[in-house]
Design a protein around this ligand. Sequence first.
Ligand code: SF4
Ligand code: SF4
Length: 349
Amino acid sequence: MSVETFVTDKAGLQKFYEAIITRHETYAPVEKFGKFDFKRVALLSECDPESPISKTQSIKPLFFPRSAKIMKYVATSAGTEVSEVDDDPLAGKRVILGAKHCDARALQVLDKVYNWDYIDTDYQKRRENTVIVSKRCDKADTHCFCTSLDYDLENLDAMDVLIVNGPDGKIYIKSKTPKGDELLRTDVTRHVSRITEEVSDPDLKKQYEAFAGSFRLKMNYKEVNEKLSKIFDTPQFENVSGNCVSCNTCAFVCPTCHCFKISDEKVKDTGLRYKSYDSCNNGYFTLMAGGHNPRPVKYRRWRQRAMHKFVYYKERFGENLCVGCGKCTISCPVNISIFEVVNQVAGGE
Ligand code: SF4
Ligand code: SF4
């Protein structure tokens, strides 16, 4: 049972963050050209653990890198020699500050597939060695719909340490997992005050209710699951995917998409093998060696995307493959929204 709870104020929270950064390998949102991406930081001044949702990339690349070297080789007429790549830079013990609720939740969804028929030991090691310390949002952004999906966001244990803004400038810091307990039992908390859970819970609840009340988008995911599962052949998929330019951006920014491709880059005799993001919206994604492509047109690819997220993953793992973060909508160059797509198709409008 996780019990560590502290209260502080804005200045105390900054000191808490500073103590973590000083004592631990820490990743946090770093701004570049008006956008935030998670980078390793040495000082609090380099990052913003409270960066805006709409401008912050997900933490997925810290567990599933965008493009990672997986093998080196030398191929000559005498044969091929394969060697391991350098040590995994993401495998060490580390803390992540500033992840959003939806991002942390996305890792719980991804855990299911990474521990399924093939156990991805790189992913597992990165997960085991990471402590996520993050603040719950106070307000939904325009495209957020995380409270509509299949989990109890209020009592979520996806973050190891949850930070919540309370009334009168109070800020609560609460462990949610044994890893969170362990961190809060070290001297990173020397500038904040320990309290009991009972004192803080009503304030945490009030903050959650205000946050949950701020959502513009609401979805009945059970209805969407059920209706989509029965309308594979609907022409609605053609209507909703018409503007898609198959750029794959939606999958690359999505915290739950996990398709990848393997490619070789060879210069003269020396080659590197990469594992990089791919997407079911890519026209070549299902192209087979013999030339057949079962999804040659984009409506079929969009259907696969929607069905995988709201039907197939749910059937196999009991969870939607979407956490309602809205990142795909924010980044889509032609303003396609998965929220609108699945509601429109399921509603038959
Ligand atoms: S980001 Fe938009 S245009 Fe690009 S593949 Fe996704 S839906 Fe299509
Ligand atoms: S599909 Fe869109 S809204 Fe759902 S998790 Fe992925 S990026 Fe977020």
